[in-house]
Design a binder for this molecule. Structure first.
Ligand SMILES: [Zn+2]
Length: 473
């Protein structure tokens, strides 16, 4: 099914135009006798003019058709969309050619729109079958390489390439609505900072805007590629959209504003970073200074401690020295005291010996005053009364005068000490306690008492003469 065919004399004819584009009428090619030898512009096979049940004029391949012709398997739906595109292009006062093939075969357009002067061309591609992104990209670039604009048109919802090439999605007439564009054209909303798909303009109007360059293809800045769809209330990613230069300017202004904001934010963050670095540097400097002061303080304390230790060591040494001196002095003192004590002991011993010697000499003189007779006389004076009155015998120490008895002669009665006979006046301190002493007469008693070393009551004397009675001789 095709709208274009090659007429043997007129050349390329178009079933969608009243004069077939060549000043002919439909009747001149439809059901003529003999048949006009029409050929397919794509494959060269014979075609014949037909009219569908819905009064749509087209060309159909003759029997024995090749299987690889591009137009062969196109659906009616595809054909209707192509027809709609061509009709809209013509309504915008542009030429529309269907099923056009590049002379060198590099491209083949469903509908090629051309300006009157032929300087501008836009290919409109009704793409119903699946096509990869790579293929559609490549075919788009082929048009651009020839200076031909292009717009891919999808009547269905499943067209993943929408927005990756110049493209729109259209919706067929419904509820008294003509063909409308439901995806592709968008407007920039400054306050929201986003592109918004505009709400279903008519396809005819849209094609007019494109051909008169009121609407152009725009490559969305990467930041704004999430496009808002009010009807589905969601975002979709689009790289290419259709819009006006005013909206592109708005996007540019928004981008500039946003960059200014980001720049301000960067500046603010930079200042904050600088301030933070400054604060950290100051804190670090403070920390170092505090550390230094602590170190100075620590060193000072260490110095003070060493001074104190040195002072203590000096004091301790001084104390040790002082203690040694004191110990030496004490030792010398003790030695002196010992020497003195020994000296005193020696002197006392000398004194005692001298005393004993003196006492002994005195005792010798004391007893030298008496003769044996006189001594016997005195012993008798003591013994006789005892014998006469008490019949007790007085025993006189056979050792005679002894130092233990103060150089007197001990008197015993029944072996008990009874008294001391005539102790020496110089040795009275040696007398045994209590017992009386016996002397010859008052003069001798007086000699003893005068020493003050004996109580007068202890002294018993007799009336014996100092000298021997000459009469007795
Ligand atoms: Zn063909």
């Amino acid at each position: 099914m095709a709208f274009a065919a090659i007429h043997p004399e007129a050349g390329r004819i178009d079933a969608t135009l009243p004069d077939l584009g060549r000043g002919l009428t439909w009747d001149q090619v439809h059901k003529t006798r003999p048949r006009v030898a029409l050929r397919c512009p794509e494959c060269g096979h014979g075609v014949h003019a037909k009219v569908s049940a819905r009064k749509l004029r087209y060309f159909a391949h003759d029997p024995g058709r090749p299987t690889d012709c591009a137009w062969l398997n196109e659906s009616l739906e595809h054909h209707l969309l192509k027809l709609e595109l061509a009709t809209a292009i013509r309504a915008a006062d542009w030429h529309a050619e269907l099923e056009v093939r590049a002379p060198d075969g590099t491209w083949r357009a469903d509908v090629l729109a051309s300006s009157h002067d032929g300087t501008q061309r836009v290919a409109w591609e009704a793409q119903l079958s699946p096509i990869t992104n790579e293929d559609i990209q490549e075919r788009t670039e082929r048009y651009w390489a020839e200076g031909i604009g292009v717009c891919w048109v999808s009547p269905g919802g499943k067209a993943p390439w929408i927005g990756s090439v110049p493209s729109i999605r259209v919706q067929e007439p419904h509820d008294d609505q003509p063909w409308t564009v439901v995806d592709g054209p968008a407007a920039f909303h400054f306050e929201h900072g986003t592109w918004i798909v505009i709400d279903a303009p008519q396809l005819t109007a849209f094609i007019g805007w494109v051909l008169h360059e009121q609407t152009i293809v725009h490559r969305v800045r990467s930041r704004y590629r999430r496009i808002w769809y009010p009807t589905s209330e969601g975002y979709r990613r689009r790289n290419l959209i259709w819009t006006t230069s005013r909206h592109i300017d708005t996007e540019t202004r928004h981008e500039a504003m946003r960059q200014r904001q980001e720049e301000r934010k960067r500046q603010r963050e930079k200042q904050e970073r600088r301030a933070e670095q400054q604060r950290q540097a100051e804190a670090e400097a403070r920390r170092i200074e505090e550390e230094r002061q602590r170190e100075v303080q620590r060193q000072e304390q260490e110095r003070q401690r060493k001074i104190r230790e040195a002072e203590m060591a000096v004091r301790w040494e001084e104390q040790q020295r002082q203690r040694a001196i004191e110990a030496e002095q004490a030792r010398r003192r003790r030695e002196a005291e010992e020497r003195q004590r020994q000296e005193q002991a020696r002197a006392a011993e000398e004194q005692r010996l001298w005393q004993e010697q003196r006492e002994h000499q005195m005792a010798v003189q004391w007893w030298a005053e008496l003769s044996h007779t006189q001594i016997q006389e005195l012993q008798d004076a003591v013994a006789e009364p005892l014998w006469k009155k008490q019949a007790t015998r007085a025993e006189f120490d056979t050792q005679g005068a002894s130092a233990d008895n103060a150089y007197g002669i001990a008197i015993y009665i029944r072996r008990r000490l009874h008294g001391i006979l005539r102790p020496s006046p110089a040795s009275l301190h040696r007398l045994p306690a209590v017992v009386p002493v016996f002397v010859r007469n008052a003069r001798e008693a007086h000699d003893l008492i005068n020493t003050g070393n004996i109580e007068p009551a202890r002294v018993v004397h007799f009336n014996l003469p100092d000298h021997e009675q000459m009469s007795l001789m």
